[in-house]
Design a protein around this ligand. Structure first.
Ligand code: ACO
Length: 373
């Protein structure tokens, strides 16, 4: 073995028909559609169907799929007990999602991967919403089978039927981030099923990967940053301070994109509708983006650091009314569709994913009995 590829840049370990991106051109294709087209038009159920079955459903197929998904939303009392405990201990939502997904009996009796995958996708919003209800001192709200996936999530958070604008905003978000090539959490999911483990385990492991700030944990800090700048009115001072302290600016930079992440434009357009003309928060956001990109170019001239998906995720989810603490878990509610579709794809033509490491430890040590160390 020769060198080590830290971070596996540029290494392809799977073929996929689910999504692909061009990091130089700033293009993202999901299920054959440009992200802009899918995000703005599809319901999340249509995107899931596209992922699980390889094509868009007709009206009858969509209605049956919606019912199948809605039937799998409920979670048992034992899961609620775990979530209540997580909320009482103020565990982050991603920990609660991991704990809830692990505690839920999501695997079907015959272990059919596609049926299990559907159950996982259906249960995620219920787990997150139940945790949230406990966090705010309320009882969980039972899922409403008459509502679509996105609308029902918002309903379970508040107990109120969401308006069309909020539902459309959330669906745009879920569609835009459902999949993104072999990102770290999707890779995790594929590694897990490549051992012939199961899709529920894959989802649980992937939640742990998504949690980190270099992946799905950025939008909460982005919103904090935006609020701080909105108050201070001085984006430049903020950015200079961060970059001079060699800190990373959340919501900027990407392993693949050298230009602005195409999802940023989709989410920006969706977010804008939630901020009235007399609300200057949105102006703060767009002004800050310009200042940040210019200063990143000044401080890191050798890098192409542009806006990533998480920047406008914060603006959109805040506009839709999703609590900030739930931003990463809401990302999980979207991305689990991609994880599950990738897991099923991996199983179609599986080969154990097993890279290598280069040993840098010692050799030839001789054992010293404990009393002589
Ligand atoms: N702010 C300041 N500097 C940055 C940033 C940033 N946001 N992103 C990268 N850099 C710098 C690094 O410090 C490094 O500089 P150096 O070579 O002088 O040390 C250089 O750019 C390259 O950084 P890498 O870590 O090699 O780039 P990588 O491709 O691994 O990073 C990542 C991608 C993790 C997204 C990074 O840009 C980052 O940390 N961004 C901030 C966090 C964030 O927004 N996360 C959400 C990512 S989007 C998603 O996963 C859905």
């Amino acid at each position: 073995m020769t060198g080590v590829n830290r971070g596996l840049d540029g290494v392809a370990v799977a073929e996929t028909r689910l999504s692909t991106m061009d990091g130089e051109a700033g293009e993202l294709i999901i299920g054959g559609f440009p992200v802009e087209e899918l995000a703005d038009n599809a319901t999340f159920e249509e995107t899931l169907y596209l992922f699980f079955r390889g094509r868009l459903p007709d009206a009858e197929e969509l209605s049956a799929f919606r019912s199948d998904l809605a039937e799998c939303r409920a979670i048992g009392d034992e899961v609620l007990a775990v979530l209540r405990r997580a909320a009482e201990e103020e565990k982050p939502a991603m920990d609660a999602l991991r704990m809830g997904a692990a505690a839920a009996n999501l695997g079907t009796e015959d272990g059919d991967p596609e049926a299990d995958a559907l159950r996982v996708v259906a249960a995620f919003p219920t787990i997150v919403a139940a945790y949230w209800r406990y966090r705010v001192g309320e009882e969980p709200i039972e899922p409403d089978p008459d509502l679509g996936h996105a609308a029902n999530y918002l309903y379970m958070l508040t107990g109120e039927r969401p308006d069309e604008r909020a539902v459309r905003g959330l669906e745009t978000y879920l569609n835009a981030v459902v999949d993104h090539g072999l990102n770290a959490s999707t890779f995790t999911a594929r590694v897990v099923v490549s051992t012939e483990s199961d899709v529920v385990s894959a989802a649980t492991a992937a939640v742990g990967t998504l949690k980190g700030p270099l992946h799905g944990g950025a939008p909460g800090p982005v919103l904090d940053m935006l609020k701080e700048i909105h108050e201070s009115g001085d984006p430049e001072a903020y950015v200079r301070e961060k970059l001079e302290a060699d800190e990373r600016l959340m919501g900027f930079g990407h392993r693949i994109y050298r230009v602005r992440d195409p999802r940023a434009a989709v989410l920006e357009a969706a977010a804008e509708q939630f901020y009235d003309d007399d609300d200057d928060f949105f102006e703060t956001i767009t002004d800050f983006e310009d200042v940040a990109v210019d200063l990143l170019a000044e401080y890191k001239p050798d890098r192409d650091l542009e806006t990533n998906v998480e920047f406008y995720t914060a603006a959109l989810l805040h506009g839709v009314g999703v609590p900030q603490e739930l931003f990463p878990a809401t990302f999980g509610i979207a991305r689990v569709g991609g994880w599950m579709a990738h897991a099923l794809e991996q199983l179609e033509d599986n080969r154990l994913i097993r890279p290598e490491s280069r040993y840098t430890g010692e050799r030839g040590r001789s054992w010293t009995p404990i009393g002589e160390r």
